[in-house]
Design a protein around this ligand. Structure first.
Ligand SMILES: [Zn+2]
Length: 123
């Protein structure tokens, strides 16, 4: 099924971007959007993007999340703890970036992201 951005009140999307020189730095290798699947289950954009991801060799990838309102306001899109677990199963992903509440982009190496996400769960 071909994915498409739909006219929701906001877009919450994940882009998986190559950081490998051999395959072209900054090439989008997979992407996904938050959506409701058949049966009414909510699918997060990270899971949507990672399902379609095929890694080759020593490829290194960056996961970028963006949440943008219909009026163009950038907002918090940090991956939730459940998606963090999905991401942790993909060692090719070396960095996680997301739009934040300050309308900017926060970026962390994948291992540091995982540590801070676990700490947040414990609170
Ligand atoms: Zn999630």
């Amino acid at each position: 099924m071909k994915k498409a951005f739909k006219a929701h009140s906001m877009i919450h999307a994940t882009f998986v971007v190559s950081a490998s020189r051999t395959r072209g730095v900054h090439r989008i290798v997979s992407w996904g959007v938050n959506h409701i699947a058949e049966g009414g289950r909510s699918i997060h954009s990270e899971v949507d993007a990672l399902r379609g991801l095929r890694c080759r060799g020593r490829e290194r990838l960056v996961l970028l999340n963006a949440r943008i309102s219909r009026t163009g306001v950038v907002n918090m899109s940090r991956p939730c703890p459940n998606c963090a677990r999905w991401i942790s199963c993909r060692p090719h992903i070396i960095r996680i970036s997301w739009t934040d509440q300050d309308h900017a982009i926060t970026s962390k190496p994948s291992d540091l992201f995982q540590k801070t996400t676990v700490m947040k769960n414990m609170l």
